[in-house]
Write a protein that binds this ligand. Structure first.
Ligand code: SAH
Length: 227
């Protein structure tokens, strides 16, 4: 996508405001996370008709019935992964690729899995065009994780699961972090879990609302009915 000359400056100002008003004010304090949120051009990740709202305090449609999460949610989830820059991270539910781009600035490598082929292809193209070279998009059912590149230092599930898919525990390194919305199809709690002595120790962060994780360890087959 070709920007006209003044859009980058205007968008940088909008991002700073987004960080101050929506994210810092609600309690996200990690300087690295705030900097990443101020850097990634969210307007490049939303469809043209929603670009005016790219920095607004809400999720937006990205096609195929899916959404790009609210900026605050992206920041809070990233902070909960406690990344220092050396990690390999797995994201499940690439969507637009926005969250993956934010994570790519906070970790060494991001592997992200998306079950919608059209979304996976456009996210990979967008991330490459924007220069996020340490993100790798895979098309498939991520509810069982991505064993080929395991273990991971951190795993983020960007869609709502009925429970923590326990297969993910095996793909997480000892002391690794898992962040996942868990609950019903309508309402969930954002859970942060840490692997200690081979087992997950989890705590609830806050209530949230995500589109459902489909597939084998989610709510049924991608594109199919719930179990
Ligand atoms: N993180 C995304 C938003 C995720 S929305 C962003 O920044 O834009 C949740 C995504 O999870 C949707 O794109 C949906 O297609 C995907 N999804 C749902 N079930 C999945 C599964 N089993 N495996 C991989 N992706 C899945």
């Amino acid at each position: 996508m070709q920007d006209t000359g003044n859009i980058p400056d205007a968008s940088a100002v909008a991002r700073r405001e987004m960080v101050d008003r929506q994210i810092r004010r609600r309690g996200v304090s990690s300087p690295r996370v705030l900097e990443a949120m101020a850097s990634v051009p969210r307007h490049e990740f939303v469809p043209a008709e929603f670009q005016r709202d790219a920095y607004a305090d809400k999720p937006l449609p990205i096609g195929e019935g899916q959404t790009i999460s609210q900026p605050y949610m992206v920041a809070a989830m990233a902070e909960a992964l406690e990344l220092t820059g050396t990690e390999r991270v797995l994201e499940i539910g690439t969507g637009s690729g926005y969250q993956a781009a934010v994570l790519s600035l906070l970790a060494r490598e991001v592997i992200t899995v998306e079950s919608h082929t059209a979304l996976a292809l456009s996210a990979q193209e967008r991330l490459t065009d924007l220069g996020y070279t340490n993100v790798h998009v895979h098309n498939g059912d991520g509810s069982a994780g991505f064993p080929d590149a395991a273990p991971y230092d951190a795993i983020l599930v960007s869609a709502a699961a009925p429970e923590i898919p326990h297969v993910l525990t095996g793909q997480l390194r000892e002391r690794g972090r898992l962040v996942i919305p868990v609950g019903s199809r309508q309402n969930q709690e954002l859970v942060q879990a840490r692997k200690e002595n081979g087992e997950l120790k989890s705590r609830v962060l806050f209530d949230c609302r995500f589109v459902p994780l489909l597939g084998r360890y989610g709510w049924g087959r991608p594109g199919g009915e719930s179990l």
